[in-house]
Design a protein around this ligand. Structure first.
Ligand code: CMP
Length: 138
């Protein structure tokens, strides 16, 4: 199990101005931030990031939304980082997210669900490398 994962504070959360609250919750839950930056993805960058979902009914909506405004990309460190970050985020659909999770508190729908997290160590490494150079990881 790796100690690194990748996260995004999505455009809906940045638009609402809750990115600071989410970062505080990340720190309070024992994660170290190894990389962080505010970016505004192009449609092509968002399509590349979500390539695995190409062809699914929500792909166009998802990539349009993810390129609709600024988001915060994060490289996070903690023991068992992937499942720990997924636990803090809560279920993809906020209607199914547990109390105390970020999506329960900050997400409004399955599409605009405030945060993203890697689903495996392998994808965490791929996703970190998609947005960060080695020099940007502290
Ligand atoms: P995320 O963790 O970023 O990974 C893929 C995203 O696709 C997911 O969060 C949701 O925001 C989105 N997604 C997944 N399923 C659906 C769906 N049925 N309808 C709309 N968006 C979805």
């Amino acid at each position: 199990m790796s100690n690194l994962t990748f996260g995004i504070i999505k455009p809906d959360a940045v638009k609402k101005g809750v990115q600071g609250s989410i970062i505080q919750r990340i720190l309070n839950n024992g994660f170290k931030i190894r990389g962080m930056k505010l970016i505004h993805q192009t449609r092509k960058q968002a399509e590349g990031f979500y390539e695995v979902h190409r062809g699914k009914p929500f792909y166009d909506e998802l990539t349009e939304f993810m390129s609709s405004g600024p988001c915060v990309v994060l490289a996070l460190e903690k023991e068992n980082a992937v499942p720990e970050w997924r636990k803090l985020m809560g279920a993809t659909n906020p209607a199914e997210a547990d109390e105390g999770t970020l999506r329960k508190e900050f997400a409004s729908s399955i599409g605009e669900n405030a945060v993203h997290g890697s689903d495996s160590d392998e994808n965490a490494a791929i996703e970190i490398a998609y947005f960060f150079s080695k020099l940007e990881l502290v």
